[in-house]
Ligand binder design. Structure first.
Ligand SMILES: C[S@@+](CC[C@H](N)C(=O)[O-])C[C@H]1O[C@@H](n2cnc3c(N)ncnc32)[C@H](O)[C@@H]1O
Length: 254
């Protein structure tokens, strides 16, 4: 029941391919995003959750395998990988320190000519106002319910350096802004079961972060000589979901 922008649409998948030129490369995938499983000549996907590997990974083949591991301490050889990709993985980390640890881990595992592309769920540079998000949704101008979830999350993640929000709090803020789900459904055309997908947040202990692009670029620059962003297409909310590109990994001596 999940869709864009949470899942990467075809045009975003094409962006990874085009920008990173990975068709002949051995790629590490951070997570088990099924839409990205076919990229590269060979792939090692790394995820800390056995349930996610069992649940959404399309299966190991001669060319790809999923392994259990922590992105911040990648179970891969140093300077061995040609490319790294990930979809929304920076938002799965709860702090600036954790994001920097991920950049360090990617830089460590890439060859000197290696490159990485991470699709972002980037918060706005100036936080959204709750009343504006409410009005936008009720006017029918939000592309999908999943975009609305991220707008609510980004509104609440605010300006602190970590830009973090417990997943449970996203649900609380949503319920405050949209107490009448029937009305939201009537105004937007979103079916109630789709709106109800947000209720799984009640049992989550996860904390997400939605740092703006400028903060992510400055965090990444300590670990890569060449950092940029590229649009991933024209789907709804694509403007907050660019591909962060990382090249020229900096060698660090511990
Ligand atoms: C890649 S993220 C974002 C969702 C993404 N758009 C997708 O396709 O599912 C979600 C995944 O990150 C994994 N994850 C989060 N933090 C991790 C970490 N430190 N190490 C390894 N896997 C992690 C979770 O287990 C989950 O499977």
């Amino acid at each position: 029941m999940l869709g864009p922008p949470l899942r990467p649409p075809m045009e975003a998948v094409e962006t990874y391919k085009r920008v990173l030129d990975i068709s002949n490369s051995h790629v590490v995938l951070l997570g088990v995003t099924p839409e990205l499983a076919g990229l590269g000549a060979a792939m090692t996907a790394v995820d800390e959750s056995s349930d996610m590997i069992a649940g959404i990974w399309p299966g190991d083949t001669d060319m790809r395998k999923a392994i259990h591991g922590d992105w911040l301490d990648l179970p891969l050889p140093d300077a061995g990988m040609e490319a790294a990709i990930g979809d929304g993985c920076l938002s799965a980390l709860a702090s600036s320190i954790a994001r920097q640890s991920l950049f360090a881990a990617i830089a460590k595992t890439l060859r000197p000519d290696g490159r990485a592309g991470l699709r972002l769920f980037a918060g706005p540079e100036i936080p959204y106002k709750p009343a504006d998000v409410q009005a936008l949704a009720l006017s029918g101008a939000v592309s999908t319910f999943h975009e609305l979830k991220w707008r609510v999350a980004m509104t609440a993640a605010g300006n602190a350096p970590d830009h973090a929000i417990p997943v449970k709090t996203i649900l609380d803020r949503f319920d405050e802004l949209f107490p009448d789900r029937q009305e939201l459904s009537a105004q937007t055309g979103w079916a109630l079961p789709v709106i109800g997908t947000i209720d799984v947040y009640r049992n989550s202990n996860a904390v997400y972060s939605f740092a703006p692009v400028s903060a992510l670029i400055s965090e990444a620059k300590a670990f890569f000589g060449d950092v940029g962003t590229v649009s991933t297409g024209s789907y709804g909310f694509a403007e907050q979901c660019p591909l962060l590109t990382l090249r020229s990994p900096r060698r660090r001596t511990a």
